[in-house]
Design a protein around this ligand. Structure first.
Ligand code: ATP
Ligand code: MG
Ligand code: FE
Length: 349
């Protein structure tokens, strides 16, 4: 089926078009620059930017794919989780399109969409992912470890962050080090010339154990505070802050925790496959550790192209197409934006 996907859960306006498991278009507009001076995504700013970017991004996707509205078999849209106001823009647009074009509408889960990104064929050597798989989704808004036994019918949450998301921690630590937003790429760049063993930052949950609800929950706020304290102490002592060493040591701690838990989850569940998704996948050390440890554990590592790792509409279209191919009925038009939609709700009816 030819499916158009709409994604507006955070700061990317994404419109993707797929035919089955073939990617035809992946048009993206981002409001990231508008959030720079606030040091993080501002919900109202993101929602307004979606309103402005939606039409031009839609036009671009249709042109890139070389298809017309009439050709489409269905519309898919992210209905959650994410920022309420931002989600509402995509949901409203999807309903308007579906009703006016008289096309079936599929409301889908953003996190499961990240997993769906990897069913797309991209290039000659990247075949669609097989299931089951464990998925580690790490971005500015989420840090989740999922077990997808089947993409359209059986996804379980193994763990998530109980405070900051991994990308958010990168952004906050960058601010402490005087680096601009978004901090992830900056820390990654600076860390390249630093010593990752210079400072041993905390790895584990520093909060009481009972705060973790799942076996593989993450916590990054203790780590962020530890870095801030370390930098403050150095400054108070009149020492020059070794920015590269702090960045490298912090990056090492995050990568170690993320990949350590993901590989442990594969081992404990007996699933021989690990998929990475989200903007933090761009991190050089995260990728390197994933490659190393997956190989050592005999686990197949799946890393989609970065344009399909960060938020995009193609992954939403891909999940919609999979639902259609599995025989699922469209969603009604009664659904809304659900900022806390659980991963077990793959499609909202
Ligand atoms: P969502 O959480 O809804 O997926 P988002 O916009 O917060 O959306 P992305 O756009 O996927 O997330 O990713 C942005 C985040 O990824 C930012 O926090 C950014 O700092 C981080 N990031 C990007 N590149 C790197 C990198 N090389 N190393 C570490 N973090 C990075
Ligand atoms: Mg983003
Ligand atoms: Fe996302």
């Amino acid at each position: 089926p030819l499916v158009l996907g709409i994604e507006t859960s955070c700061d990317e306006t994404g419109i993707g078009i797929v035919r089955g498991d073939t990617l035809l278009a992946n048009a993206i507009a981002s409001s990231m620059d508008e959030h720079a001076r606030y040091g993080g995504v501002v919900p109202e700013v993101a929602a307004r930017a979606h309103v402005e970017a939606l039409r031009p991004t839609l036009d671009r996707a249709l042109a890139d794919a070389g298809v017309a509205y009439d050709d489409l078999d269905a519309i898919a849209v992210t209905s959650g989780p994410g920022l309420s106001g931002a989600l509402m823009v995509g949901v409203s647009a999807a309903k308007a399109l579906a009703i006016s074009l008289d096309k079936p509408l599929y409301a889908v889960n953003h996190l499961v969409g990240h997993v769906g990104a990897d069913v797309l064929r991209t290039g000659d050597e990247h075949d669609p992912i097989e299931f089951p798989t464990v998925a580690l989704l790490v971005s500015g808004g989420h840090t989740s470890l999922l077990l997808a036994r089947d993409l359209v019918s059986d996804v379980e949450l193994l763990g998530e962050t109980i405070d900051d998301a991994a990308g958010e921690a990168f952004d906050k630590v960058a601010r402490v080090l005087g680096l601009p937003y978004p901090g992830g790429p900056q820390i990654d760049r600076v860390a390249a010339s630093g010593n990752p063993k210079a400072i041993r930052f905390p790895r584990g949950l520093t909060l009481p154990k009972d705060m973790a609800k799942h076996r593989y929950d993450f916590s990054f706020s203790g780590l962020k505070t530890a870095v801030a304290r370390w930098v403050e102490r150095a400054q108070d002592a009149g020492e020059e802050v070794p920015v590269a060493d702090v960045a490298a040591s912090f990056r090492e701690a995050v990568a170690d925790v993320l990949i350590g838990k993901a590989i442990a989850a594969c081992r404990d569940t007996g699933v021989p496959r690990l998929l990475l998704g989200g903007g933090v996948v761009a991190n050089a050390r995260v990728r390197e550790l994933a490659v190393e440890r997956a190989a050592a554990a005999g686990i197949e590592l799946r890393i989609p192209p970065l344009s399909l790792c960060t938020d995009n509409g193609a992954m939403i279209a891909a999940l919609g197409a999979q639902l259609i191919m599995a025989g699922y009925k469209p969603s009604g038009v009664g659904f809304g934006a659900d900022s806390t939609l659980p991963v077990t709700e793959i499609q909202v009816r």
